[in-house]
Design a protein around this ligand. Structure first.
Ligand code: SF4
Length: 281
């Protein structure tokens, strides 16, 4: 990996014009360049992606990355982090990918407080497969597979994460890039499980720009460590009604993270391997 090489790869980009993924890519590039200037080498970052439009971000960066199966970013990222706790492991996932196929992994990673960063490109639709509904599509959403509109309510993912024990919960928006950069940086610095739900515009299948632009606002972070305040902020928008839609870091608290004692764990791992091998010698 050449530190003088551009972080953005030469790979042909196939995201649709106007896609919010470009903004997320730009924000992530900015943050990693900032870390590099502060002495964190780029090889310390590992990206893990799921399956979906978001996943192409792995192709568009000159960084170590791992394309996982659908919904399986978190177990892969957890394994990488446990094998080498010095790495900064960032999961990129889609809302269908993470909040449907990968939901159990998400809940348990939050509960475990494993020190990884999860960035969900939440366009509230399956974009790569042209517009099926996801767990955060609004009530009544009409897509190719649901022309009559869906008759179920969306998951409020912020409430769910707070209830699962996540120690860093935030929401960004792909058209508020300075805020997104700040949230991503804070999430990477957070010593524990950090989740960012990014409202990402899907320009082709569910363009929410007018609604989001009208209703988003930046929430106060004065009481960011107070769980009850975070719950109330999370309840302000249910992913179905128009708004208001709070953005920012809703909750941040410090708890022991997993793995918390890397030296002890490395020694144990070697001992375990030696013990197993001795049985066959
Ligand atoms: S389908 Fe939607 S999410 Fe996928 S690249 Fe196009 S605009 Fe982006």
């Amino acid at each position: 990996m050449n530190p003088n090489e551009s972080l953005v790869a030469d790979t042909k980009n196939t995201w649709c014009p106007g896609c919010g993924n470009f903004a997320i890519q730009h924000a992530v590039k900015f943050v990693i360049e900032e870390f590099e200037k502060e002495g964190v080498p780029r090889e310390n970052f590992v990206f893990v992606t799921g399956i979906g439009c978001h996943a192409k971000i792995a192709d568009y960066f000159n960084l170590n990355s791992f394309y996982s199966l659908h919904g399986r970013t978190i177990p892969v990222a957890s394994g990488i982090k446990m094998a080498n706790p010095d790495l900064k492991v960032i999961c990129f996932a889609g809302d269908g990918d993470l909040y449907a196929e990968g939901l159990e992994h998400l809940i348990h990673a939050a509960k475990r407080n494993i020190d990884i960063t999860v960035i969900c490109h939440n366009n509230r639709v399956y974009g790569l497969t042209t517009g099926q509904y996801t767990p955060t599509s609004p009530y009544g959403y009409r897509g190719k597979s649901t022309p009559g509109g869906i008759h179920e309510y969306p998951l409020n993912i912020i409430e769910m994460l707070l209830g699962s024990g996540a120690t860093f919960v935030a929401r960004g928006y792909s058209r508020k890039i300075p805020l997104l950069k700040r949230i991503i940086r804070e999430a990477i610095l957070h010593p524990g499980f950090a989740h960012i739900d990014v409202l990402q515009i899907c320009a082709s299948f569910f363009n929410m720009t007018p609604q989001y632009d009208e209703f988003v606002y930046e929430t106060s972070e004065a009481n960011v460590s107070q769980f009850d305040v975070a719950c109330r902020t999370g309840q302000q928008w249910n992913y179905s009604d128009p708004g208001p839609i709070p953005l920012g870091i809703f909750y941040k608290t410090i708890k022991p993270s997993f793995p918390e004692n890397k030296e002890k764990k490395v020694i144990n791992r070697e001992e375990i391997i030696r013990t197993i091998l001795s049985r066959y010698s």
